[in-house]
Design a binder for this molecule. Sequence first.
Ligand SMILES: [Zn+2]
Length: 391
Amino acid sequence: MAEPNTLLLVLLFLAVAAGWVLGRGAASRDVPEETAPPSQYYLGLNFLLDGEQESALKAFSEALAVNAETFETHITFGSLLRKRGEVDNAIKIHQSLLSRSRLPDIQKNQAHLELAKDFIAAGLLDRAEQLLKDLLELSEEHQLEAKSLLIEVFEASRDWGKACELTESQLGELREDDAHQKSAAIKARAKLSHYCCEAAEDKESAGELEAARELAERALDWTEESVWPHTILARLDQQQDQPRRAYDRLVTAAKMSSERLPEFAAQLIAVSESVNCRDELTPLIATLLTQREDPQLRVILADEHRVRGDDAKALEIIKQGLNKKPSSRLLMQALTLLGEEVATPEIIEGAQKLASRQSAYLCGVCGFHGPSFYWQCPGCKSWDTLHRPVR
Ligand SMILES: [Zn+2]
C-alpha cells in the first residue's frame, strides 16, 4: 500500500495540474495577478522525483492559484492536510484563502469554517470559539455547521453548560413532524442527557452532591434510556446514606440495559452487600441471561456462584456459555475452575492474557479500541458507542 504522503502527493499533483489549467482560464478572463507560477509546479515535480515529499507538498500548495474556480481544490487540500495531522499547513492554506479580497463572501465564510476546524484539531479552542461565533453573525448559510462545531468546542473544553444551552436551542428549531428532524431531535436529547451526566460527575468530584443530583435528574428528564444517570444517582444515594435506594436504582438500570451491566456490576455488588441482598443478584442475572446471551453476564453470574462456594454450578454456567457463545474470558474461567485437573499454571496464565485482551473496548462508529470504558469515544467523539466485543 502507498504511504499516506505519496497518496496525498499524487492527489495534490493532479489537483495542481487541473487547478493550474483552471487558474489560467480564469486568469485569461479577469484575474491575471493570481495565475499560478509554473516554476513552483516544476519545482514540486522535481522534489517529488527526488523523493523529497514534504518539500514537494509545499511547492505544489504554493503553485496552485487561488481564485473562485480553484477554491474547492484548496479547501480539499487543507482538509486532507488536517486529516493527516498536518494542522499547521492546513491553517496556512485557509488563512491564505481568507487573505484574498477577491473571493465571494460565501467562499470566505467556508474558509472561515475550515480554519475553525483546524483550530479545533490543533486544540486552539478559544480561537475556534471566537471564529465560529463571528461566523454565526456573518453567514446565514453556515449556521447549522457552525453551531455543531461550536458544540464540539464546548464538549472539548468540557463546558457542559454552554454545550447544553446551544444544543437546546438547536433542539428548539427542529420540527418533529418531519422524520429526519425527529431523529435529529432524539439524538439531541440523548446528547443533552450525556452533557448533564458529565456536569453531574464534575459536581460530584467537587463534593457538591445536591447540585450533582439535580443535574443527574435533569439527565433522566432528557432520556430515560441511558443507565448513566442511574449509576450517578446510585453513587450519590450511597454517599448520602441511602443504600437501599441505590440498590433499587441499579437493579432498575440492570433490567433496563443488561448490556451495560458489566460497567456497573462492581457498584451493584458493593451496594447489594451493604443492604444484605447479594443473594438476589444470582436470580436477577440468570433472568437477564435468558433474555439475551452475553458472555460478560455469564462470567458475572459464574463469579456470584463461586463467591457462594458453588464451583460446580459456576463451571456448569461457563460450559453452557462456551457452548452458546464462546469467548476467551469464558475459556479462562473454565480453565481456572478446572485447575490442575486439566491445565498447568502456564496454560491458565496464557488464557488469562488472552482474556485480558478480550476485555478491551471497541467503538462501533470509528473502530477506536482501548482498555477503558468511556461514555464519549475518545476517537470520534460519538456518545455511548463503546462496547466489549466478544472474542
Ligand atoms: Zn469512535
